[in-house]
Write a protein that binds this ligand. Sequence first.
Ligand SMILES: Cc1cc2nc3c(=O)[nH]c(=O)nc-3n(C[C@H](O)[C@H](O)[C@H](O)COP(=O)(O)O)c2cc1C
Length: 416
Amino acid sequence: MSADNAPVGAVLDGRRIVLAVSGGIASYKAVELCRLLVDAGAHVIPVLTDDAQRFVGALTFSALASEPACTNLFSGSDGGEPIPHTRLGQSADLIMVVPATAKIIGKYAAGISDDLLSATLLATRAPVLMAPAMHTEMWEHAAVQENIATLCRRGVHIVGPESGRLAGGDIGQGRLAGLDRIVEAASELLARGRDLAGLRVLVTAGGTREAIDPVRFVGNRSSGKMGYAVAAVAAQRGASVTLVTTTAAAVTSGMQIIRVETAQEMHQAVMSQFDAVDVVVMAAAVADFRPKAVAFEKLKKNDGVPEIVLEPTEDILAELGACKVGQVLVGFAAETDNLAEHAADKMLRKHVDLMVANDVSATDAGFEVDTNRALLLDSSGAREETPLITKMALAGVIWDRVAERLGRTELIKEQH
Ligand SMILES: Cc1cc2nc3c(=O)[nH]c(=O)nc-3n(C[C@H](O)[C@H](O)[C@H](O)COP(=O)(O)O)c2cc1C
């Protein structure tokens, strides 16, 4: 759902927002943001790092916010709240880090919790919105860009930075996003909030591996990033998620994980869960063929070139399409030619409700990279092309369409 379904800011009313302020030159703008959020009805709890207080006073935030500013992880030892970071993290509807310095971005990506702000970020399941601000050289540094990519992959929402005037008279990329943009992003996150609450979803991720012998396999280039993004966004939006994955990558807590390796194992795992779920997103790249016979011992080079005979694997998507009873079925089509035609054909043949097609021959989309460009085909005839966007953003679009199909967008509109 987009913010234009409700007046910008209206959804902030009564919501608990931790406004986390780290120490950059743009910290002073967080003072105005605090006032805007309070004016919109939000319950704002400011959290300032030690270095943020070199730029702006905690007293200023205490005077404007809904609660006094929090600055100390160890306030308990002075007779204050014993575990402030868990209260802040667990009770928040949204955490906004404005401005986000290179340092807090790095600490959050690395999982370091050495002060109140960084500990609160790890102690929450609420959505996190970060608005980075720093000099262009810092923003473009590979370390910062890799940390941002890591956070995006984990579902953190990044707004800005913009290009414009920076401290010291410089001009370039790195300026804090406009406060109106930041408020709009917060409103959109809160409005979308938990629109998938109560929904049970099954997501598959990664490429299957079909053994040739004990050390070799037939595989594909799927990294699992798209499936992980789909699972992470569903969990963020309140769904109860089961992820069937071939990769060992870590996931957000709170999901049920089933690790598999082969197409056959994935087939078993998916079919065992199917009756109990409302939506299945088949983002995994399941092998179409596997070696008919698997050698018990490692094949020896000296024995000559082996002849490997392949046989078809189970067609999980087609089987789901044939036996679904009300579940929404989302399929992926990885194509290298005639994208729309092949995807439409696959959707029809396999009784898929929503087909996400992408051209995997492009270098910036498809396998392994963090971005994707997709053509979405709906069985009702709707068709939508996305530009090149992050896999998290594409996951958001997919869930928007599923939510629309299930009438959940209307539900959220009514609630606001
Ligand atoms: C005048 C001044 C301005 C700064 N502005 C920024 C900035 O805009 N962005 C940034 O990432 N770091 C900036 N820094 C560096 C941070 O203040 C420094 O990394 C600090 O330790 C951040 O701490 P925190 O993230 O824990 O608040 C600035 C430092 C100085 C002295």
